[in-house]
Write a protein that binds this ligand. Structure first.
Ligand code: ADP
Length: 744
């Protein structure tokens, strides 16, 4: 009883106050600690975010998919910071995505590796249409791709052509290749010899092309080149070619097409994705062997066979330039639709893959452009029958890794990169000085000294540890220390030398500049435009001016089609009625062309992109108006006359109008943009120019105008439009008028 009572008492007894207090204090202490920790974390995150946005080059790889491996290698090598899940707090410097531009609406800044509408522009129909327009204007220059028909719209023309060829008994019997408009990797491709073999049952659009049967063979196999091109910017136009690429071989020895072998895809198609399934696919790791080889090894082989491989490469470069110049007007139209002036958006760059076939006479032929060329580094290998394994492919690595590394180096904000490297070096040099002076003794011999630097680096704060490429920077640090020519580390303990290691700002700037200059010089990417082919391509860029007019008259910002009112306004403002174009004829032309282009592009019907006339239809209209009302001996001259007329009537000297238009069109071919004013020489004055005309005469011709152009304006105009040659003679410059090369 007593025991149970004492138990009851003990139960009633209140808990010892000191225990409750300790518990409470501990709780309080813990909470305090947690808050402190949260604060610290927040501060650290803030610092990191500041640090990152100030110094580090950030790359968003959240959607890079199969490009991830090669990207990571490059990011690591360059010491950039990768965001594998994207960045919430800020925009990354570069967004590398394996999907189309349109699939990333949430990217508002930095650079993105896709141009708007590029997949559509690189589809076979649009690409070859762009090239056809150029071939129409420059027949001898655009002869580097097979004749093409667009099916089903041009089925009638296609079958007529085959019939004609049969009637002429063309030898060898003509063969055609049918390819789905948006197909890839050889999907849906077949060869045919009779038009009735074409099947339109799928309802898809196709291109039919002349099959190039007289191809250059190596070891009896057909092959094609994959050439990589970096389109760095559209305005101003700048692009690079990668000096290494791939050659993809078919896996059955090639024979001219016959009714028997016409279905042998391993013989006629060279796609890697297709041929890797062939039992005869050769996976040799040697550069100059196997079903996939490096471009340079094949060029070497061509040279060994006694041909001029440099000439082949130059022709390939020219094809790249002409093709890009042909698609730029379409790209500009798409760009303004996706990122209209005034809207914030990322700037774009893109790596393109050009497929090029070599004919027996070593003439390169363009087959297609790939908007998303494969950048994966692994290839499939059959480990046992039917079982495949992915292994790293050394040839892909050799080509794609430098391509992506140098692409990143070209597109990241270089000032940030330089600043980042400079700060890093300053800090490392300071630490080096501090550590050596603290020890107060001569450092160990060279090798040990290197070790001490490693320790310094390893001891750095977390913030610094986050830098991806510690080892690389250490090695650069070594380079700084032993950059004395003999390759050995130097004794940095002597006071003078230590002082000299703490370099001045300008010295560091210079060093960093030199570092990047060397890096870019050693790059596998060679600038084609503007560095090499600027002059040569100038004449092909007339269509960009037409695209400028189209963009100008688009009613709704960001639209891709011009409505009937826009087209009528175009005719009115450009005073086409003065040339005899009535309102009725303008309306009829509009309806006619709109219908024709909707029929030509059934997969891009008007409903999808808004009603109206697409850019190619507008271009057709301009060509038609030029032919009717601006007659000249050549098509290009007619078009040039029309565009000159339109630009002058739009009074492009008026800033409001001028600023709405892409400046480039007016800088090119004769209009000078300077300090917000544009100068366009009236056609009347151009027409009156003779061999004897001097700049003074031209200045006089303007005297009654309100805005008198300066001498420089006129000089710039003449130089740009290639209408003169300077002949410095006694006292005054004499102009001799030369015909523009287009009109020859
Ligand atoms: P895809 O986009 O499906 O790869 P391509 O246009 O690249 O289509 O064609 C696939 C392959 O077909 C090419 O790699 C090439 O070997 C062959 N080929 C394509 N067009 C022609 C042609 N006009 N003449 C000869 N071979 C061609």
């Amino acid at each position: 009883m007593a025991a149970s009572k004492s138990l009851l008492d003990s139960l009633k007894k209140p808990e010892p106050t000191n225990f409750r207090m300790t518990d409470f204090r501990r709780e309080l202490h813990l909470r305090h600690k947690r808050e402190e920790h949260a604060k610290k974390e927040k501060l650290r995150a803030l610092q990191e975010s500041k640090y990152v946005s100030r110094y580090a080059i950030t790359i968003d790889t959240s959607r890079a998919r199969s490009n991830c491996d090669v990207l990571r290698m490059s990011i690591k090598e360059l010491g950039f910071k990768e965001y594998p899940f994207g960045r919430k707090d800020n925009c990354c410097d570069v967004h590398w995505h394996a999907c189309h531009f349109e699939e990333n609406p949430e990217v508002f800044g930095g650079k993105v590796n896709k141009f708007p509408g590029m997949s559509e522009i690189c589809s076979k129909m649009t690409l070859f249409r762009c090239l056809d327009i150029m071939r129409d204007l420059f027949p001898t220059d655009y002869d580097f791709y097979p004749r093409t028909w667009y099916l089903p719209a041009q089925f009638h023309e296609f079958s007529c052509e085959i019939r004609k060829m049969h009637e002429r008994r063309v030898k060898p019997k003509p063969t055609f290749i049918i390819k789905p408009d948006t197909g890839a990797q050889g999907d849906g491709i077949y060869l045919l010899r009779e038009p009735n073999e074409y099947s339109s049952l799928s309802g898809k659009c196709h291109v039919a092309q002349e099959y190039m049967s007289n191809v250059y063979l190596i070891d009896k196999f057909k092959f094609d080149f994959r050439i990589y091109v970096l389109l760095k910017s559209l305005e101003p136009l700048e692009f690079y070619i990668c000096q290494e690429g791939l050659a993809r071989f078919s896996t059955l020895p090639y024979e001219n097409p016959t009714n028997k072998n016409i279905h042998e895809s391993f013989m006629h198609l060279t796609n890697y994705s297709l041929n890797k399934r062939s039992s005869t696919f050769n996976r040799s790791d040697r550069d100059d062997e196997g079903s996939k080889r490096t471009l340079t090894s094949v060029l070497r082989r061509i040279a060994m066979n006694g041909h001029d491989s440099n000439k082949v490469w130059k022709s390939i470069e020219r094809i790249v330039c002409k093709t890009i110049v042909a698609i730029v007007p379409e790209m500009k139209v798409e760009y303004q639709a996706a990122i209209p002036p005034g809207k914030t958006g990322p700037s774009c760059f893109q790596v393109l893959g050009f497929d090029i076939l070599l004919l027996q006479n070593l003439k390169p032929i363009l087959l297609e452009i790939n908007a998303s060329p494969s950048l994966s580094l692994d290839s499939e290998q059959e480990v046992s029958p039917g079982v495949f394994e992915y292994v790293l492919s050394p040839k892909d690595e050799e080509v794609k890794y430098p391509l992506i590394r140098d692409t990143l180096l070209h597109v990241v904000p270089i000032d940030k990169l330089k600043y980042f490297r400079k700060k890093k070096k300053q800090r490392l040099l300071k630490k080096l000085k501090a550590s050596t002076s603290q020890k107060g003794k001569r450092p160990d011999p060279p090798v040990k000294q290197r070790t001490s630097i490693v320790i310094i680096k390893a001891d750095e704060s977390d913030e610094e540890k986050r830098e991806v490429n510690v080892t690389q920077q250490m090695s650069e640090m070594h380079m700084d220390v032993d950059s004395h020519g003999d390759g050995t580390a130097r004794d940095v303990n002597s006071d003078d030398e230590r002082e000299s290691n703490i370099k001045s700002d300008t010295e560091l700037d210079e060093e960093v500049d030199n570092y990047f200059e060397t890096k870019l010089r050693e790059s596998c990417l060679k600038q084609l435009y503007p560095a090499i082919y600027d002059e040569e391509c100038e004449r092909y860029r007339i269509l960009e001016r037409v695209a400028g007019l189209f963009i100008f008259f688009l009613g709704i910002r960001g639209s891709l089609r011009i409505g009937p009112t826009g087209f009528r306004t175009f005719a009115r403002k450009c005073r086409l009625n003065r040339k005899g174009m009535t309102n009725a004829s303008v309306d009829i032309m509009y309806i006619d062309l709109q219908r024709r282009w909707d029929h030509m592009n059934p997969e891009r019907t008007s409903g999808k992109k808004g009603n109206g006339l697409c850019y190619q239809g507008f271009l057709d209209a301009c060509i038609e108006i030029a032919r009717r009302k601006f007659y000249a001996p050549t098509k290009i001259e007619m078009l040039e006359n029309l565009v000159d007329h339109c630009e002058l009537n739009l009074n492009l000297r008026d800033n409001d109008l001028a600023n709405n238009l892409p400046r480039l069109h007016f800088r090119r071919l004769g209009l000078q943009y300077r300090q917000g004013s544009m100068y366009a020489m009236p056609r009347r004055v151009i027409d009156q120019m003779t061999e004897e005309t001097t700049i003074e005469d031209l200045l006089k011709a303007h005297e009654k105008k309100l805005r008198q152009p300066s001498r420089e304006d006129i000089e710039a105009f003449l130089r740009k439009s290639r209408r003169m040659i300077y002949q410095p003679s006694s006292g005054s410059r004499v102009i001799s008028v030369t015909k523009s090369p287009d009109s020859e």
